[in-house]
Design a protein around this ligand. Structure first.
Ligand code: E4P
Length: 217
């Protein structure tokens, strides 16, 4: 399973990348707004840190506008992945861009049929939003399960990028179902390492080691 981080916070991205945990990054207009940075400057900086795909989202809603913005975003770096919304124009742009050899992430997916359309449009990634479905009292994980089955039924190569991940349990469930990628906010990604018994065990080992008076190396 690939791990992407869902943020435009360069310090967080650098730290996670240095730990060898990152396969890519996803941003969106809200995350750019939160960063308080110029989108081009921050996106370029992120692309320089991470080798893998960095999703940058178009904000035009019509096909021509999306294609124009995609061309401009593509100039930022070779590892830019164009993020388009799951609309008819977005799917048309997805098809045109992937035919042209671009990486495309189709975002804001909330149904299996939407994911089926994105795969038919040749999407590199489909982003089903788990947390936002949970927010309206549906089970976001059911959507990941349905898309996995449909893609496997037909051998679609579009990668399932589980998005809107809010908890460590979301990551585990998505992995059990077989999502190809998960994009996770930095704090949640770091929380995956935590277990109280790990902390307690380490503390006990170090205390006993101190009693031996020895040092390694
Ligand atoms: C995915 O690419 C989106 O940026 C993100 O996962 C949205 O998450 P949210 O629902 O927590 O805003």
């Amino acid at each position: 399973m690939k791990f992407f981080v869902d943020t435009a916070d360069v310090a967080e991205i650098r730290e996670l990348n240095d730990n060898g945990l990152l396969d890519g990054v996803t941003t969106n207009p809200s995350l750019i707004m939160k960063s308080g940075r110029d989108y081009r400057e921050v996106t370029k900086e992120i692309c320089d840190i991470v080798d893998g795909p960095v999703s940058a989202e178009v904000t035009a809603t019509d096909f021509d506008g999306m294609m124009k913005e995609a061309a401009s975003l593509s100039e930022i770096a070779d590892n830019i992945c164009i993020k388009v919304p799951l609309t008819l124009d977005g799917l048309k742009a997805c098809k045109a861009l992937t035919d042209d050899g671009r990486l495309v992430n189709v975002t804001l997916c909330f149904s299996a049929n939407q994911a089926l359309l994105a795969a038919k449009a040749g999407a590199t990634f489909i982003s089903p939003f788990i947390g936002r479905l949970d927010d309206i009292h549906l089970d976001g994980m059911d959507l990941i399960r349905e898309i996995r089955q449909i893609y496997d039924n037909y051998g679609f190569e579009t990668e399932i990028l589980a998005a809107s991940v809010r908890t460590a349990n979301h990551v585990k469930e998505a992995a059990l179902i077989g999502a190809d990628v998960v994009t996770v906010p930095p704090a949640t990604l770091k929380s995956l390492v935590k277990h109280p018994l790990t902390d307690k065990g380490l503390e006990a080992f170090l205390a006993d080691w101190a009693k031996t008076g020895q040092q390694i190396g």
